[in-house]
Design a protein around this ligand. Sequence first.
Ligand code: MCF
Ligand code: FE
Length: 403
Amino acid sequence: MNIISCDYIVTFDEKLQIFKNKAIAYEKQIVKIDSKENLLKEYPDALTEDFCKNSVLLPGLINTHIHLEYIKNKNRLEYGEFIKWLSSVVKYREELVSLSSSEAISEVLTALLKCGTTTIGEISSFGEDIEPCKKSAINVVLFNETLGSNPSAVDVLYQDFLQRYYKTLSLKDERFIPAISIHSPYSTHPILAKKALGLAKDAGCVVSTHFLESFAEREWLTNASGGFKEFLEKFVPNPKPLTTIDEYIELFIGIPTLFTHLTYASKEELKRIDSEFFITSCPVSNRLLENKKLDLKDIKNLTIATDGLTSNISLNLWDELRSALFIHEAIDADELSKKLLTSVTKNAGLALKLNKGVIKEGFDADMIVVDLNQDFDNIDTIYKWLILHTKKVEKTIILGEKA
Ligand code: MCF
Ligand code: FE
């Protein structure tokens, strides 16, 4: 048994309780929250660790949407308009992926652990990330991506996807969980999407998809015109939209899915997706790719994520939360900070169907400690101080072990 004590414990439980001067007894899971004295009476042989005044313990952060295979991008790609960006990704994809390596991905994962990210939802396009993810102490939900709009290539593409999926299935354990990604409605033929989603349903795994992330995508799906027509003509003769917006949503009914971006969804579409699924917003990516932000105010099932380095400058979730706080200026900073931190803890745990993201008896002991370094007057402001000042954490614990 271990006992850890901190000045504050920010739980993200149903009542969003924040404890002062309490401690946590834990093994792989959290066993009990009480005063250190009481816990020591119950577990006299426990190993103890005490953190200083103004230290804050919270659940390890969960980044639900990240792409590690493109970590070597800095200045290669075009920003400002989605089709320009997508064309530059297609042009430089081989180069960017070949610049990356298992070692480089492992280094990034080690750095993320020091920044307090304990779980990632990795969108895996080629499978280059499987080995370093499996080797790392970080928890990984590995979303095997499928894409391709040419119907004559569906079988070959599905076989390639299946091979990657079964490889991840053979590696499955409590820290490495296979999942499925349908890239998007503009890039994935519905036959391919349905096959992969059938598998997701049978296996009971979570699914991720990019959806309604550009003006061009909405125009293409609703009017069969605009920038996507020209873009897709490079890959398929006489392209037609493969689905409507509603048909695409219907594909995912009954499957736990994270819809990423949605910056061009209507209020009604957002409401519907929010009531049945989870919504992932990547504020920096949305700023860089189309100068757009999602209105977060009414979204309940929200998770915030970094996306990859093809559309971000940092994979540190604290950087993303800070940017989110500045970008979404219409919402009160304390209210938004609470919402943002809830989105990368409790909500992200629910979205990925993990027993994580809350400091409560029975939840996995994935915990981080931040040193806030100075007193503050009002406990309700703690979320804001955490977001404004944290870059690295003092301690990272995953499934009860130091990471
Ligand atoms: O989330 C962003 C923007 N939307 C779509 N795709 C990606 C993003 N970041 C990386 N990608 C990847 C995607 O997984 O870029 C490729 C896919 O492999 C685009 S399709 C050539
Ligand atoms: Fe993405």
